[in-house]
Design a protein around this ligand. Structure first.
Ligand code: SF4
Length: 327
């Protein structure tokens, strides 16, 4: 497809039947990813979407790019593998909070250490929607959604705090019903040079009847905006918050301010960019220091077979080194 033909979000839509529940926050994220790809004029063959397991994981079927639907909790290892094998691709990983903060928690921490140039979007709704609404790792302690027999007995993981502690170099949070703002965040996350993590507050109207669109919109709050609801979500940049590390001497200061902001929850929930630091080396550059031809000749473009399918790799020497000789 010629680049000039793919400027509209609908050009990134597939014809696969969408079976998300009506009103699901996933729709806003799907739409904003398509809008962001169109704004960045990214040809579909230059983009790889990778997902884990869950309602959110179906996203890769609805976006016309390369797509890999992997195993529960394994979205980041696969996405990182895709990026390492073919660094010319824009890699966008997507998954739910159960997938990413539960079984995938260790991968989440180690992705921060590597700083691969990719974006990970977390669909954060506090429940395991695909399996009937059990409490997920981001549901707050004591909250009882309609699918729980008792209030949640565990403390919640804070994805923003964890991403910062793990070393992610761009950390943001969006809200799936604020489409324009979320699209801007996805564009920034893809453009960021390094590992970008975007937490998206994504109401699940089927199983989470606490953190709903109305709740985020502040409709239950006594405090109002001249008689109208005062939303809980507010924009960091609207309050002059500067997340950018302008030089390395600012890393500690900006990280601590971002951590402080990450703790806000309840009547005020910040969205926007918490932290951006492009003064950390990326994993691809670290590899290139060891293998100077890495970017010109990455694994994905190396020939592995001859014209008749015969393997081109000769393992004889390697196997020879591994042979155990009888004493
Ligand atoms: Fe969306 Fe929840 Fe339905 Fe899953 S169960 S599709 S998260 S509303």
């Amino acid at each position: 497809m010629a680049l000039e033909e793919i400027l509209k979000p609908q050009d990134y839509a597939t014809e696969v039947h969408n079976d998300w529940c009506p009103g699901c926050g996933d729709f806003g994220i799907l739409r904003t990813v398509q809008m962001a790809l169109a704004e960045l004029k990214l040809n579909p063959y230059r983009v790889a979407m990778v997902s884990g397991i869950g309602c959110s994981a179906k996203t890769v079927h609805y976006i016309k790019t390369y797509g890999v639907h992997t195993l529960h909790g394994r979205v980041l290892p696969v996405a990182q593998g895709v990026k390492l094998a073919n660094p010319g691709l824009e890699v966008v990983a997507v998954g739910g909070d159960g997938d990413g903060m539960g079984i995938g928690g260790a991968h989440f921490v180690n992705a921060g250490r590597r700083n691969l140039d990719m974006l990970y979007i977390l669909f954060d709704n506090g429940v395991y929607g695909l399996t009937k609404g059990q409490a997920s790792p981001t549901l707050k302690l004591g909250v009882q959604t309609k699918s729980l027999a008792h209030p949640n007995i565990n403390e919640a993981v804070n994805p923003i705090w964890l991403a910062l502690a793990a070393g992610a170099t761009w950390v943001g949070r969006g809200y799936s019903y604020d489409v324009k703002h979320l699209k801007d965040l996805i564009v920034q996350g893809i453009r960021h040079r390094g590992y970008a993590f975007l937490d998206v507050l994504q109401p699940c109207p089927t199983y989470n009847d606490i953190n709903t669109k109305e709740w985020y919109g502040g409709e239950d709050r006594a405090e109002t905006n001249g008689g109208r609801p005062l939303p809980r979500v507010y924009k960091l940049d609207g309050e002059g918050f500067d997340p950018v590390v302008h030089d390395s001497s600012e890393i500690e200061l900006k990280a601590s301010k971002a951590l402080e902001k990450s703790l806000e929850w309840g009547d005020r929930i910040p969205i926007g960019v918490f932290y951006r630091n492009e003064h950390v080396s990326m994993y691809g550059d670290r590899i290139q220091q060891r293998i100077p031809t890495y970017f010109e000749n990455p694994p994905a473009v190396q020939r592995i077979a001859g014209p008749h399918g015969e393997p081109l790799t000769d393992l004889t020497k390697l196997l020879g080194r591994l042979t155990i000789k009888p004493s």
